[in-house]
Design a protein around this ligand. Structure first.
Ligand SMILES: Nc1ncnc2c1ncn2[C@@H]1O[C@H](COP(=O)(O)OP(=O)(O)OP(=O)(O)O)[C@@H](O)[C@H]1O
Length: 205
């Protein structure tokens, strides 16, 4: 099962930012959330991931089916690249990290402490964690930040392989990943309207 989102309204800091959001994501599909800075992509992803409650509407998806990767890489700086991945593999009941290392060209850096990686290498390691979770549904917020063009291509290849295995991905990104299987949802039409004041004259007093 993927995700079914219906008539969803989400808020940040107590203010509604998006409303009436509807989409469905099936296994094997990717959906890219688009919209200008501040429209609410992160807020929507966090709500879908269950990290905050919706204002209204529904998010239907299977329990323990997804993994969320936000802006922070969530790495342990003193653990090596391999130890970081092994830690996360263990959390999700898995062991083998070799495929994740090679998918993001991290094998030659396996023994280096994560704190001594470049920004792009840290991001590659953060994304490699997705592969060791074994979870089918990936919720990704700006996954390509700090990646150079080779690493973006690497990431796009990982997404394609994930989709071909029946996985799914919902992601907010400003760049074109060149994934032809991916569709796009422009969030501009779902921007929440400013609330009508209850007391029109009162707002001027
Ligand atoms: N902690 C907060 N308290 C109040 N408002 C916030 C908070 N964090 C974000 N916002 C506001 O909520 C709105 C939605 O923010 P959000 O981070 O979801 O947007 P975004 O589309 O992901 O933006 P970007 O493309 O810049 O990452 C923005 O207008 C932002 O200023």
């Amino acid at each position: 099962m993927g995700i079914a989102v219906s008539d969803l309204a989400v808020a940040r800091g107590g203010i509604k930012v998006l409303e009436g959001v509807c989409f469905a994501l099936e296994p094997g599909q990717a959906l890219v959330l688009r919209g200008p800075n501040g429209i609410g992509k992160t807020t929507l992803l966090r709500t879908v991931a269950g990290l905050q409650p919706p204002v209204s509407g529904r998010v239907e998806m299977a329990v323990d089916n997804h993994v969320y990767a936000g802006h922070a890489d969530g790495l342990k700086a003193t653990l090596s690249v391999e130890e970081n991945l092994s830690f996360w593999a263990h959390v999700f009941g898995n062991k083998d990290v070799s495929d994740a290392l090679s998918a993001f060209q991290l094998t030659s850096l396996a023994d280096r402490p994560a704190g001594a990686l470049s920004a792009g290498q840290k991001r590659r390691l953060g994304l490699a964690r997705l592969l060791v979770t074994g979870r089918p549904l990936w919720l990704l917020d700006e996954p390509t930040v700090s990646l150079d063009s080779d690493a973006v291509a690497m990431f796009a290849e990982v997404i394609r392989a994930h989709l071909s295995r029946g996985g799914a991905a919902l992601m907010a990104t400003h760049i074109d990943l060149g994934i032809k299987e991916a569709s796009t949802l422009d969030l501009a039409p779902f921007r929440a309207k400013a609330p009508e004041p209850d007391d029109f004259d009162g707002v001027f007093l």
